[in-house]
Ligand binder design. Structure first.
Ligand code: ATP
Length: 431
């Protein structure tokens, strides 16, 4: 993990938030390459779960919602973690993360305070008066924005069961112990699906979405043996769920959750119906009945999968006696698709290379690099996962052709400049 955290900082993927002021716990900033990778992950998810499907629609709800939403959802009463303090070192921990009564920080035994429940909701005020009546919460999940819009989406799209909504957006949780880099933070992004089904079909759809979500990670290059589904025991289920399985990845720090796939039953629509007084049922034309659909929820983060994609892609290899670090990211996720490299800073090569770069920019996310030896520049691109390097050499000035070098095999092919966009397009997945 240390290698990865250091690479992320050095190459501009992820920085500590407010670093020049000493940082802020549980908050991270995505740099020039990080934002590209993050956008590519979100785009790949949206394409799979919205664009390519008949039964899904997207939406984007606000982060601030009516405070009664969070009472009806159960968050105000139950969204809490047990917190303990170590009397010896004053360290603070989530009680359910601890193994026995020895402090992981100072090693003292039997020094923990009694566990206190700590609510994870962030609070703020809407409007100029800071009183109880103007208090609002920063959403801790995107899901509720979709439940409360059930009738709006149904009415405007005329979707029939089974159908789903998808949303990507920021969520906030005042985590007791943010840790493991971007794995557990206080501000993060989620990609959530709420899939509405007939109650008697819920189990089948739950099974379907578990498989579907697992295969999404595999399709985007994560090694299958590093992924598993972990079913929650009945006693560990959240108050709203009839069943839940997590998609887990084997990080250097162990098997950890990337995404939860839950059968939330009809809990959410019933709660919001009762609390708001607005009917959130569905008229089933097949049976002539009004029913409250069950909800299957594949709920993923963006940051945790992003970390898994980097960890899984990271390789240290030996090439002709030299070490190379390569990020074998799926080309659809790679922050930069191609980098243009003149063989040297020769006065004839540079303008030609810049001309080739200008030609590629409208089509792909690209970079240009002419600093240091060509070998070092290839290594720099390998390290950030760029699938193709385009080299402009002295022959280019004669034959109007360039060399394309592929990241993983390091194989090279000569292609005419006039056909370069097409040649790269053939090699890269559509996105
Ligand atoms: P955990 O048990 O790890 O706290 P959770 O089960 O509470 O997670 P969910 O409520 O199921 O998490 O949230 C769905 C997804 O949102 C998680 O699988 C994860 O990818 C992401 N997520 C949740 N909390 C955080 C966080 N504090 N930091 C980063 N991502 C998070």
């Amino acid at each position: 993990m240390e290698e990865i955290v250091s690479l992320c900082k050095r190459r501009g993927f992820i920085f500590q938030s407010s670093e020049i002021y000493g940082g802020l716990a549980g908050a991270w900033d995505y740099g020039p390459l990080g934002v590209e990778l993050k956008n590519n992950i979100k785009r790949a998810w949206w394409k799979t779960v919205v664009q390519e499907r008949e039964d899904m629609v997207g939406m984007d709800a606000s982060i601030l919602m009516h405070p009664r939403v969070w009472v009806a959802s159960g968050h105000v009463d139950t969204f809490a973690d047990p917190m303990v303090d170590c009397r010896s070192c004053q360290g603070r921990f989530r009680a359910d993360d601890l193994d026995g009564d020895t402090c992981p920080n100072c090693g003292a035994t039997g020094q923990f305070t009694e566990a206190r429940m700590f609510n994870l909701l962030f609070k703020t005020f809407a409007g100029p008066v800071e009183d109880e009546a103007s208090m609002v919460y920063l959403r801790p999940e995107t899901a509720q924005g979709m439940f409360v819009n059930f009738a709006n989406v149904l009415g405007s799209t005329r979707k029939k069961l089974p159908f789903g909504m998808a949303q990507i957006g920021k969520s906030f949780r005042n985590e007791v112990t943010p840790r493991h880099f971007i794995f557990r933070t206080r501000e993060f992004e989620q990609m959530e699906i709420e899939f509405f089904v007939r109650p008697q079909e819920a189990e089948r759809w739950h099974q379907y979405w578990m498989e579907e979500r697992l295969s999404w990670y595999v399709k985007l290059g994560i090694r299958r043996e590093k992924l598993r589904l972990h079913a929650h025991a009945k006693e560990d289920l959240a108050h709203y769920a009839a069943a839940c399985s997590d998609v887990e990845y084997e990080f250097p720090m162990g098997w950890l959750e990337l995404e939860g796939v839950a059968n939330r039953t009809d809990f959410d629509l019933r709660q919001h119906s009762e609390a708001s007084g607005v009917n959130l049922t569905y008229f089933d034309e097949e049976t002539g009945e009004h029913i409250t659909p069950y909800i299957i929820e594949p709920s993923a983060g963006v940051d945790r999968p992003l970390l898994a994609f980097i960890v899984d892609a990271y390789r240290e290899e030996e090439v002709r006696g030299e070490k190379r670090v390569v990020l074998r990211l799926h080309p659809a996720l790679a922050p930069v698709k191609a980098t243009v490299l003149p063989l040297s800073r020769n006065e004839k090569l540079v303008p030609k290379a810049r001309e080739v770069w200008a030609m590629l920019r409208p089509h792909f996310m690209t970079l240009y690099d002419d600093a240091q030896s060509i070998g070092r520049r290839y290594r720099r691109q390998d390290e950030i996962g760029t699938p193709y390097c385009v080299t402009v050499d002295f022959d280019t000035l004669e034959d109007e052709a360039v060399t394309i070098r592929e990241r993983d095999s390091m194989e090279q092919a000569r292609v005419p400049v006039s056909g370069l966009v097409e040649a790269l397009r053939e090699r890269l997945p559509p996105c």
